[in-house]
Design a protein around this ligand. Sequence first.
Ligand code: C2E
Ligand code: MG
Ligand code: MG
Length: 707
Amino acid sequence: MSKKKNKNPAISDNLTRSTAYIWKSRLSWRIIGAVFFTILFVQVAILILTIKQEENKLLAEIRETGRSAIASVINPRVGAFQSPISDISANRVLGSTIVNGFSVYSTDYLLLKSYGEAATITMMDRDGLSKTYRSDNGGSYEVVFRPDDLRKSYIVVARLNSEKVGDLVLEYVKETMIIMLLLSLFVTTVLMIALGHWLLEPILFMRDNLILARQNPENPKIPKSPYANTDEIGATIEMAQTLINQNAENMQQVRSAAEDKIHKLAYFDQLTGLPNRTLFAQKLTEAAFTEDASKAKKFAIVTLDLDHFKDINDSMGHSVGDAILRGVAKRLRSKIDAEAVVARAGEDEFAVTMPLNDEFKTANDLGAYVANLIRDKEFVVYNESFQVRSSIGVATFPDDGEDPNTVLKNADIALNRAKEEGRDRICEYTEDFDRAVQQRFKMLRDLRDALENDDLTVFFQPQFDLKSGKIIGAEALIRWFKKDKSKAGGSYISPAEFIPIAEQSGLIVPIGDWVLKEACKTAKGWHDKGQEIRIAVNVSGAQFYQSNLVKNTQEVIKAFDIRPNLIELEVTESVFMDDISIAVDTLKGLHELGVELAIDDFGTGYSSLAYLRQFNIDRLKIDQSFIRNALNNPDDAAITRTIISLGHSLNLQVIAEGVETKDHETFLLAEGCDEVQGFRYCKPIPKDEFWQFVTDYNGSLDSFDNE
Ligand code: C2E
Ligand code: MG
Ligand code: MG
């Protein structure tokens, strides 16, 4: 592993650390252990093999010493059968050398004489000539010197002192062991340094790289590799670094793609590709405030809402609705100045803004232009033509607000006004709108307080059987006694004024719950006093869809322990228009509870025979406007007549409300109407007064003739 020169201090610092790591790394220690013990093992094996040689060498030395000592004292000039060594010479040899004893034989193996310690080996024949013998304790070593060894014609068996051989061998082992140990250490160290340098350091460097990559995969600050890619490790590091960098790049790309997507989702409408409300407000702010003060441009802000778009969506399906929205977007974008910002501001709401110019001198001009763009040409979807109209609100920046967002909000207020005024029109923002909105907000706050502070009450208006004159029911009508500083301490506010606000804000749900409870409580009270008077409670659309009306009604009826048919729920036809299947289900659930059901203000909505048959209702309540005019408007009389016969054909009871005069009553009696309610008999009155009315009533409708 060759290292490229690296002058980067961070990297060399890194490497110093790597070197330090080497001595801490487990792998290093494993390699050290393996290398050290392998070398040691090999050396010990060699030692074991050489011990014998060493011993043999020492014994050979002893043998040679013994041989030369004995050979030197042999005197060959003696007679046959005589020892060639004199006793004096023999004693000298025995006393001063390692020879402890010896026997001299003739070449015929005849023992001539023995000296000193007796040897174990005896020469009987030629077979013993090469024998040696070592005593068990190693103290003596017996050898045979042949005539060749002695260069004399005698054979000598000598017993030599070999006591020191053991110690010398031990000494040899010790010395060798120390040398081996040192050698092992040296080899291991050298190997480690080499391995550390070529293998461990790069591996640790790569590990550090991977750690950095894991910590910050998108932007791993990995140092440049100091290792050349000419060997396996260097090439591996290079590959790992390439992968890390590729991964980082991929992640960056994925992130920036995701950011783009989020940006698109956050600022653009997916269906039309137009900017959404957020981006619209941003662009408007940018355009309005980056303008050079000297140019001081004014901006028109136009918001538009497609009229009855929901009906198209519901009746023709969402794909048609979507196609129309795309068509509107395309038309607006292509026909309005490129300088303008066109946005989709809500489901079927669009917004346009551009600086006023010679063509559009006022915001209203732009509004009118936009309205015509939508209205003038039909939208064709799947070969069907759709005539689309729009309600438009316009406002001008900076005349109608200090900041673009306020102006946009004011254009929305104007748009709402255009919708309230019957749609298909342009409404320009004026401050009065704002005031009206503020007043509505205030009323909502006050209403919320009124609900909490028990300032709401329920009045009751009697309902009669037209033929018998019997009181058969009462309608519960909410009243809000709004306290003020006047003499009377306050005044009643008409539900017509506050119910729509309560409906828009959702406050109608708790209010409706409360009215239902009051009605049940009252019905129970009257029942206990001996009168069964059914109480009709008005239920608004919001209650129908927002709260669990069936469950709630069941609980309240159960809580007050009243017969379910003492309660009647009145709903208007408009409620059924929102979602017919929910309406059918809810009415079915209520019917199963046993409560009575009536359709209020019948005849004013989208009266349709088709749905009447599906609903489990008991009663149609003819709207008071028909009754009011029945006597002087033949149309209203005809409608009244039709509703009565329609109701009867469906086996429903028909009640007329708003009966104010004897003539109304006579007309209704003649047409076969079943029940009546109106000022002719009694206005809505508080609970106690109602009870008084019931007690005082003589049972005949004629008793009201003189009133
Ligand atoms: P509605 O349910 O059609 O109630 C009948 C309205 O006609 C009542 O007005 C009643 O006072 C009035 N009225 C009765 N007889 C005559 C008459 O002979 N001539 C005239 N000119 N008017 C008569 P009110 O109490 O002002 O209620 C107005 C509307 O407010 C109600 O119309 C109903 O839609 C709503 N409302 C009242 N109380 C509640 C309630 O508790 N919940 C809900 N959701 N709506 C309620
Ligand atoms: Mg009613
Ligand atoms: Mg009504």
